[in-house]
Design a protein around this ligand. Sequence first.
Ligand code: CA
Length: 408
Amino acid sequence: MSDLPSDSFAARYATEGFGIAHLPYGSFSTSDSDTRLGVRIGEHVVALTDLVSRDSDLFPLVDQPNLDALLTSDRPTWDRLRADLQSVLSSAADAERIASAAHPLAEVALHMPFTVADYVDFYGNEFHAANVGRIFRPEQPPLLPNWKHLPVGYHGRAGTIVASGTDVRRPHGLRPEADGVPSYGPSRRLDIEAEMGFVLGSPVPDGRVPLSEADNHVFGLTLTNDWSARDIQAYEYVPLGPNLGKSFATSISPWITPLAALDAVRVAPPARDTPLADYLDDAAERPWSFDVTFEVVLNGDVVANPPFASTYWTAAQMLAHMTVNGASLRAGDFFAGGTISGPEKNQRGSFLELTWGGEEPVALSDGSSFTFLRDGDEVTLRAEAAAEDGSTIRFGECTGRIVESPTD
Ligand code: CA
């Protein structure tokens, strides 16, 4: 905002990526307070109850520990709240009061920002799907025949979605062996999947959310790491798809970036080369991809820069698809768009692809040679986008560290 008063709270406390044009939501607590819903400016979080008037009809929706109540509401309400927050945070008159209510991030604990209802994980990126096809099924065409006709996905485990910073225990399971008899033990091929997650709200009990309605139901976006045990996955996935190889943990950033903050980076998805069913045909719809490039950081080394805009299927198409059969949309439903990969080797969003099934190790700055995750390894996802006012939006980081699984 060019007219932001220099003595407003937002002007004084904003940092690169976390200014008035962003305002991500999160759930936080301090040593002497209950868990509350807050909004981030710079390196501070402010409880929404300190920003929204008690007389406002919005107050009951924000006097909450997390986003759950707000997600039961609707797009006009979400937009009104965001406008109110931008107004008060831009006001010089309120600056001192807000400053005294703000909490440095270093002094708060962050929690899951919403209660996950259902979780669907899609497979919407053509580069990723084709790479995995070449690695897992080298004797067949990279894409299966249905891939360009619908966004392939599976129903994931909502209860194991965890907030960034939560340690990830190496999963146990059945691993394929050369003699055809699987062995049970800790995964030897533990991997990441760099994805964008979409938080849904404004319930639709009878489902069937058309492409044109997606803006009314996608509340916000969050960086998502869909940890994957490739050996367990490879043995179990035929014929019904991923199960235990994916369900042990999925990490999300504790900060939910509002959809409205990303207007400046909405771009058209890749050109479609296959005719689509009417409910998926987005030729005449508002663009639903986002020009956002990720950083995948392993123990401090940036090992990949996956470009989200390379994803073939859009979030609007995924939402239309997952509800077209009449499946309900509930507040807190969540889906991830699939591992993001681009055409270049350094744009691959998984170690399966970066190391080509473990055959091409990646050299790290500490001198080690890397294929799959080792105990103690830490992976962080970062991403940036341009904001409408010319500033930058930094998505909240998504971090997780691998810890040894319990012995059995
Ligand atoms: Ca995934």
